[in-house]
Write a protein that binds this ligand. Structure first.
Ligand code: FES
Length: 420
């Protein structure tokens, strides 16, 4: 399958933009998105450019690469393999891993067993002093500069300084690393005001993350994963066995807490519930397993913060712990899903931490065991000729906000031509 390059003018939206209006605004009047936005490859080509070509994409946490030379790889927007590396001086560089000689992905293994010859290039991590392309051994510095290009001395117009690996703009926010494929994109941080005050007492930039659990080729559209993480309506159906209604009833999940409306230009969608008792958690005891952040007030210790920094970062923050997902689309019906837990640094140094982490993980995996198969079942249904644009519940209140965020990007990319 070929894809248009990004950043790139996305072209005309395959669906008239006016079709999306019914999916934004008042949740009690809104309906779901057209099912083809989850299933149509031509819509995905448009969306890749419209959404992923110029937005801030979260690639992970900065403490995943604590030392100079530490790196990991990730593929953005389905076609852009990048290296995330700690440079000398401590800054983080996100750069393309596409060799500037003949375009080999430089993190590909130099040799593979027969059964893996045509397998996807694996995502890797490690520590490097330089990156050498396996094909002709062009060698790049951690900052992307081309250091060595063998047998190029007869080339008359060759200047190594002109052939470094392209660097992406980066921002670090609360310890999360963001990169942008568009060098002209406006900064991310000024658009996150609706959550900054909320997160400030937690000190997330110093939290420690557990090793990420990454799944490639997850077989459903990236938006289905996002919607499942953020909407609370399914707690009363799919997760009924796991959640006590009296603990996280409608007031906490939908009407209480802090749930600002989405406004054009926002870089985050926040749903903050309030539990009836302090230190809520999503394990069978429904009480936090770890020491809560000491700076929190009693009121803040009842908070359950769910946030989406679109289009790739999903965040859950509780008084003692948190979890984060990144969602990187591959095709219209697949994405790469990475999941990590993170904790205040003193918590991970406690003696009981490994044992409690096992309990914490087991509880979260119970939710994943319900959510991830359900998401696949939604993808199956979205392909049907009978897939609806069904009416939303007030507990679906995240969906019209997300749809408004999407529509803003679709409209900007379409340039107004998709409505004709
Ligand atoms: S393609 Fe990388 S050195 Fe030739």
């Amino acid at each position: 399958m070929t894809h248009p390059r990004i950043p790139h003018a996305a072209g005309q939206c395959p669906i008239p933009l006016s079709e999306f209006d019914r999916s934004t605004g008042d949740v009690n009047e809104a309906v779901g998105l057209p099912p083809t936005v989850y299933t149509d490859p031509s819509f995905f080509d448009f969306e890749r450019c419209a959404v992923f070509g110029s937005e801030w994409l979260c690639v992970g946490r900065s403490e995943q690469i604590p030392e100079v030379g530490d790196y990991f790889t990730v593929t953005l927007a389905g076609t852009e393999p990048v290296i995330v590396v700690r440079e000398p001086g401590g800054t983080i560089n996100v750069m393309s891993s596409v060799c500037q000689h003949r375009a080999m992905c430089i993190t590909a293994p130099p040799e593979r067993p027969r059964e893996e010859w045509f397998a996807p290039i694996p995502q890797v991590s490690g520590t490097a002093r330089t990156f050498r392309c396996p094909y002709h051994w062009w060698t790049y510095d951690l900052d992307g500069r081309l250091l060595v290009a063998p047998s190029m001395e007869r080339r008359r117009d060759f200047d190594k300084a002109e052939h470094g690996l392209p660097r992406l703009r980066t921002e670090i926010w609360n310890g999360f690393i963001f990169a942008n494929l568009d060098p002209e994109a406006p900064a991310l941080a000024p658009r996150l005001g609706k959550i900054d005050n909320l997160l400030e007492p937690y000190g997330l930039d110093d939290w420690a993350t557990t090793p990420t659990d990454t799944h490639e080729d997850v077989p459903f559209n990236w938006k289905i994963m996002v919607e499942n993480f953020m909407e609370s309506y399914h707690n009363y159906g799919l997760h009924n066995r796991l959640l006590k209604k009296q603990e996280y009833g409608e007031g906490a999940a939908a009407d209480g807490g802090y749930q600002p409306p989405y406004e054009n230009g926002d870089g985050v969608i926040v749903h903050c519930g309030v539990a009836p008792a302090i230190d809520p958690a999503v394990n069978p005891t429904q009480r936090g397993l770890f020491t809560p952040v000491p700076e929190l007030t009693m009121e803040q210790r009842r908070q359950l913060i769910f946030a989406f920094v679109p289009p790739t970062l999903l965040l859950g923050v509780f008084p003692d712990s948190g979890f984060w997902f990144t969602v990187q689309p591959e095709t219209v019906s697949s994405h790469t899903l990475s999941m990590g837990y993170f904790f205040p640094r003193p918590t991970v140094e406690e003696k009981l931490f490994p044992a409690l982490l096992d309990l914490y993980d087991a509880a979260i995996q119970q939710f994943n065991s319900q959510d991830l198969p359900a998401n696949l079942a939604l993808q199956v249904g979205m392909r049907s000729q009978f897939a609806p644009r069904g009416p939303l519940s007030h507990l679906d209140s995240f969906l019209p906000k997300f749809n408004a965020w999407l529509l803003e990007r679709y409209g900007n990319a379409d340039g107004g031509t998709g409505d004709g």
